[in-house]
Ligand binder design. Structure first.
Ligand code: ATP
Length: 361
């Protein structure tokens, strides 16, 4: 069974703990994306799984077997790197056949496998070309094809699309996801591109400072971020995260934000909150609705900047020292200097305690 598992995976480089007790479990047929800011330990985690980096502590299991002491080749993994290297003196067909020569296969079996994988990645037309005569997107597809031409235990991808331009990336994301869906292999993909993770992953592991902050489906990561870090990291434009003091609770909760009293419906959760305590209220820029006029408890903010984004407009507003982002349909005309009264609807709110952890509403 194709699976990847790590237990307390840890890597220290001298004083620096690059990966700190990471537990992962990737099922057969599942795509897990490791996502996080630069330097959070994604690549080091992947390299330890591959056997390209030793572990300081913890274990790696591939297909149910502990592989800490096995070489990369013995782990039987296919990898695709950001800087994929094709053999320049071999044609596309020969590049694809190369990993199969080490296996006990006849020439006709190898040919059949190459034709099959070339078909999956739309490379039929370029099988006889040399790599130097390929477009960048074709080279990338050859790299992916070469990884899947064998029948390895699992797949590891490290920023596989980062060298492609935006349009090619979008097309390749879909293609790779479709191909992986048909292979029943455990796959781990490292990326710092959240759109790549949200579109390709069955589950996303968000990392920070060597640790996993949350592992969940793209939907859950977006809809129920476990803490302030994940809430601010996932979603474009970034979620508004406003620190406010809870003033009073009588049915609706009243918060002091940016010098204003704003009333929020927190339902029964409000009973568990402490008056006078500071909480972080999160609301995505598409979740803030400008009201036609000031309503009791709405949040007043002044438009600093109007940024057209095509179908939508991004507004940068300010309330006291708090920056607020709002995304509106482009037909809603708003001018710089205007004051908007923002309503905070309960179903759009995220609430976090002082330690940054989510409080479910
Ligand atoms: P990026 O997206 O920028 O590649 P990453 O999340 O993949 O970042 P890693 O490359 O895993 O992060 O690096 C994690 C930390 O470990 C970083 O602070 C990095 O500088 C450090 N690091 C990585 N490799 C080594 C090494 N061989 N020696 C010392 N420090 C290292």
């Amino acid at each position: 069974m194709s699976t990847i598992k790590t237990s307390n995976l840890t890597k220290r480089f001298g004083e620096l703990t690059a990966v700190d007790g990471v537990d992962l479990d990737v099922a057969a047929g599942e795509v897990l994306c490791l996502l996080g800011p630069s330097g959070c330990g994604k690549t080091t985690t992947l390299r330890m799984i591959a056997g390209l980096e030793t572990t300081t502590e913890g274990d790696v299991y591939i297909a149910g077997k502990r592989v800490n002491d096995l070489s990369p080749a013995e782990r039987d993994i296919s990898m695709v790197f950001q800087f994929y290297a094709l053999y320049p003196n071999l044609s596309v067909a020969e590049n694809l056949a190369f990993p199969l020569h080490a296996e006990d296969m006849s020439a006709s079996e190898i040919d059949a496998r190459v034709v099959d994988v070339a078909g999956k990645l739309a490379l039929d037309e370029v099988l006889h070309r040399m790599p130097s005569h390929l477009a960048e997107g074709e080279k990338q597809r050859v790299a992916v094809a070469r990884a899947i031409v064998r029948d390895p235990n699992c797949f590891l991808f490290d920023e596989p699309l980062s060298r492609l331009d935006v349009e090619l990336r979008m097309a390749m994301r879909g293609q790779i996801k479709e191909i992986l869906a048909g292979l029943s292999k455990a796959t781990a993909i490292v990326t710092h591109d959240q759109l790549e993770a949200l579109t390709m992953a069955d589950r996303i592991a968000v990392m920070r400072d060597g640790r996993i902050e949350q592992i969940a489906s793209p939907h859950d990561i977006f809809a129920h971020p476990r803490n302030v870090f994940v809430a601010g990291f996932i979603g474009t434009p970034q979620m508004n995260l406003m620190q406010g003091r809870l003033l009073q609770q009588n049915g609706r909760s009243s918060f002091s934000f940016a010098g204003q009293d704003v009333s929020l419906d927190l339902g029964d959760t409000s009973k568990t909150l402490q008056q006078g305590e500071t909480y972080t209220v999160g609301i995505r820029p598409r979740g803030l609705a400008p009201l036609s006029e000031a309503a009791p408890g709405s949040l007043a903010a002044t438009v600093d900047l109007v940024e057209p984004m095509g179908a939508e407009t991004l507004l940068h507003l300010r309330a006291d020292d708090q920056d607020i982002r709002v995304v509106l349909d482009r037909h809603q005309i708003v001018r710089e200097g205007e004051t908007l009264h923002l309503g905070l609807a309960k179903d759009k709110l995220h609430l976090f305690g002082q330690n940054g952890d989510r409080i479910e509403l």
